[in-house]
Each structure stands twice: as C-alpha cells, then as structure tokens.
Design a protein around this ligand. Sequence first.
Ligand code: PMV
Length: 355
Amino acid sequence: ADNWILTVTARTPTNIAVIKYWGKRDEKLILPVNDSISVTLDPDHLCTTTTVAVSPSFDKDRIWLNGEEISLSSGRFQSCLREIRARAGDVEDETKGIKISKKDWEKLHVHIASYNNFPTAAGLASSAAGLACLVYSLAKLMNVNEDNSRLSSIARQGSGSACRSLYGGFVKWIMGKEEKGGDSIAVQIADEKHWDDLVIIIAVVSSRQKETSSTSGMRDTVETSLLLQHRAKEVVPRRIIKMEEAIKNRDFESFAQLTCADSNQFHAVCLDTYPPIFYMNDTSHRIISIVEKWNRSKGIPQVAYTFDAGPNAVLIARNREVAADLLQRLLFYFPPNSDTNLNSYLLGDKSILKD
Ligand code: PMV
C-alpha cells in the first residue's frame, strides 16, 4: 500500500557566537575565514521544532516555515538534502509494515514542517537552529549513521552557524584546512552543565527582518575590508585560545572582556565594509553604554554583551542575582510602552518576560 507515512520530530536550540564567524573563504561549501565559539541556548526558549515526513504518496520534496510553504530550491537546502540522502540507511517499522531500503530514498520525497518560537531572520540566528534541526531530523528519519561532528559538517553547508547548534553547552567551529571542507566541523568545548551560573537575557530591540543578509554582507566584507583580514589572521586565533581557557576555568572576567571585544570588532568590520553595513541601532548603542558603565562601576564585569547581524542585544549575566538586577535596569531605562519598544526574554529560567 502507498498510504503509509513515517515522521520524526526534533527540537534544536539556537546558538549565539561569543567569538564571531564572519566571512567565507568558500561560499559554496560555506568554509569560514576563522574559527568561532558559541554558546547554545536552553532548548526551552529560542528553538526550532521540525517534523519531517516521508510517504510514497508525496510527489516532491516540500518545506513549510512557520506554517507557510517556502521554496526548497535554494542551494543550502539542496546541499543538506543531497548529503543526508547520500548517507541514508535501511529503515524498518514492523508495526506499520514499512520497509525502506537504502536505495529507496533516492525515489522517496519528504515533507518538512519547521517552526521557530522566536522572530525569524532578525539577527537571532534563526537559520542556525533551523538548518541544524533540519539536518538532525532528516538524519534520524533516514537512519543516517554518523556522529554529531559529521552531521555538523552537513548542517554547515545549510548555514555556517548551524553547525554549532548540533551540540549543547560551549561549541567551537574549527575552520579546517581541507579544500572540500571535511575538517570544517563543530566540536563541544564544555557541556551545558559546565557553567550553569550564567544567565542569558536577550533584549529584543526589533523583531523586524534584517536588511542585509549575512550571505551578502559577508561577501561584501571579504571583498572590501582590510580589517577583516587582520582580524582573521592576527586577532581571532589568539582570542580563540583565550576564550577556551576562560570557558574551561569559568573565568567570567576574561569571558566578558573577550565576548564584548569580539562583538565590537565584528561590528567594526561591518562598518569597514563597502558599502558599510549597520546592524546595531541607537538602542543597541545605549545598551552597550549602560552595560559598560555598570561593569566599570563594579570594578569587575557583571554582564557581557554581544550582537549578531541585527540590533538585538544578547546579554550574559554572571549569575542569577546579576540577571535580576540587569532586568530591573533594562526596565528602568526602557520602560514598557515607551518609544523604545524593548521586549526582554529571560532565558535560563522558565519565565519569559515579554512586553
Ligand atoms: O550562519 P549565518 O550565515 O547565519 O551567519 C551568522 C553570522 C553571525 O551570527 C553574525 C556570527 C556567528 O558566528 O553566528
């Protein structure tokens, strides 16, 4: 019978880079110009949930994002599908009387339904969670027998930062040396329990979609920014070593100093691009000033900030007390219903403060 359907559902959190990836040395394979390090968020909050289904009655591959069908024709989706299909194994479900052999996957089509529980493409790394979840759920559906590092190298071809979402905790994406990118993979530096004092708060400055996609922004930067070359060669390699140390030793002072400096350099590189790219806005700059002033007044850093390809602030507090203090300060400086519409999401905790 042709009316069976087999499904798998997976949930993947997004990740936030503390040492940024910006710039590709190979656009097609998505190979970066430097290593990067990120922290994977708590799966209860910013995450993608994806259900993948296969049935002989499907006549083509299709994908829905947040309930709306989108095109699957882009290279990034096609690369992931092709790589996963090439590694598909035999699947058997006795209760349903389903038997799929390796070569059947060439002919079978899949339907993919993906939901983000946070704004898509607003610089909150939605593609990271999305592509990682897509690769992971397809790999489960097709019984792909590869470890997370190998899967990370497939997710990387969907969206660079996605490779880091295959692991929890702190993750390093090694840029690799091989031309084909086989060694450009993610590895876990420390698991999610290693440093659980940290609390991450995302101040959603704007949930509008960003104006410059990371793909075109990176291309312009690689072509025009001298600062990027200096960063990739001289700055990041040293920071990666120091950041790994800081994470291993739970040294918040170094962690915060490196995180803030790297975010600032990433945005400086954007400004050094022609045409210049502006991801932060006045509210982002105000948040930086507030945190910098607070940290200086305490003598030791209380909070680290980092911004991706958008104006939203990712704030990392050294512990829960500091996080509570930070939220109060944010509410004081950006009161609800004022001109600056700031929604703060409290992470690392079950409660979400919004509006
Ligand atoms: O993976 P992409 O194409 O969404 O690029 C992500 C780039 C940054 O978020 C700005 C930095 C990073 O390392 O995640």
